[in-house]
Design a protein around this ligand. Structure first.
Ligand SMILES: C[S@@+](CC[C@H](N)C(=O)[O-])C[C@H]1O[C@@H](n2cnc3c(N)ncnc32)[C@H](O)[C@@H]1O
Length: 300
């Protein structure tokens, strides 16, 4: 955000303008940890607000799959690692929890939901952006084969859940509902709304000016290779998995369970995950695939 503010200031100065006021709106779901966000933005010395005047911050809890801003409002947008979260789980995935592992009709249903959500996202941003406005997207996506790069970890998580069903800890009906509502789009799927044969209605309004792909290094594995501390590796990935997926994975535990029984299932899963991760860090290493996009709204 600091970079974006500096760029806007430079461009405004070149155009001979005085310091223009800049409004920054953070958007996330209503359940986001907004207190931490505001404490960081308002109080951290590293915040983009530190040392700035005429920069104002706001927040919105409206989903990215709805209209967030008035029409022609946004001058510059930035969204990172969010559009792989779908608006809903379109269907269960037999014997799997990860959409990458879905096959046949089930896979098509997930792909169709991801397409509809990407269209909805772009449709609302096209409405909200000012003419010539730019939007940067850092998307968590897939390689050409559809792999996200985290399949070692998510296959392990699925294996542990299936073991929990086998030993009677988890009910089969609970496991059946467990599909993480994320989808990892290939380059082709990200680009689809910008192609001439797409049925995306705002195709003429937005243009995809740049598209790039990177594969992230695994910082936890690199650390393990330096210090040999498999427990630290396992703890880091268990913490990541817990923060990212635990709420959606265990949301459908039977309402007949007591709070203690729910917590026992969740804790047992985490313990088993951590202990398995420590056995073979390289096997469960994640190399996330990112797609980087610069999208602009055509001038009027
Ligand atoms: C991996 S985090 C990325 C957070 C931040 N953009 C960053 O780069 O550090 C994904 C975020 O997307 C949010 N999210 C998921 N679905 C969303 C939706 N439909 N609308 C808005 N935010 C959503 C989650 O609450 C979470 O904070």
């Amino acid at each position: 955000m600091k970079t974006a503010i500096a760029q806007i200031r430079t461009l405004a100065a070149k155009a001979g303008g005085t310091t223009i006021p800049i409004s920054v709106t953070h958007t996330d779901l209503p359940t986001n940890d907004w207190s931490t966000l505001f404490q960081t933005v308002l109080c951290s010395p590293d915040s983009y607000l530190a040392g700035e005047s005429n920069v104002f911050c706001f927040a919105s809890g409206t989903s990215i799959y709805q209209q967030i801003f008035p029409p022609n409002h946004i001058a510059f947008g930035y969204s990172a690692i969010t559009e792989h979260w779908l608006s809903r789980k379109p269907c269960n995935i037999p014997n799997e929890i990860w959409s990458v592992r879905a096959t046949g009709q089930v896979r098509e249903t997930w792909a169709a939901q991801a397409k509809a959500d990407w269209h909805a996202f772009l449709q609302y941003r096209a409405l909200e952006m000012q003419p010539s406005a730019q939007l940067i997207i850092v998307g968590s996506g897939a390689d050409a084969e559809g792999n996200s790069g985290a399949e070692g970890l998510t296959d392990l998580a699925n294996h542990i859940l299936r073991q929990l069903v086998k030993d009677g800890t988890l009910y089969p009906t609970e496991y059946e509902e467990m599909a993480i509502p994320t989808y990892y789009r290939t380059a082709q799927e990200w680009k689809e709304p910008f192609t001439s044969d797409s049925n995306f209605p705002q195709g003429g309004v937005l243009s995809l000016d740049h598209f790039g792909e990177v594969t992230l290094p695994d910082v936890y594995l690199e650390k393990f290779q330096q210090d040999g501390n498999a427990q630290a590796f396992a703890k880091a990935y268990t913490g990541f998995f817990k923060a990212a997926y635990e709420p959606c994975l265990f949301v459908n535990l039977s309402d007949k369970r007591t709070p203690e029984s729910r917590q026992q299932v969740i804790d047992l899963f985490s313990q088993r995950l951590q202990s398995a991760l420590a056995q073979d860090p390289a096997k469960y290493s994640c190399r996330w695939r990112l797609q980087l996009m610069l999208i602009s709204k055509r001038p009027e």
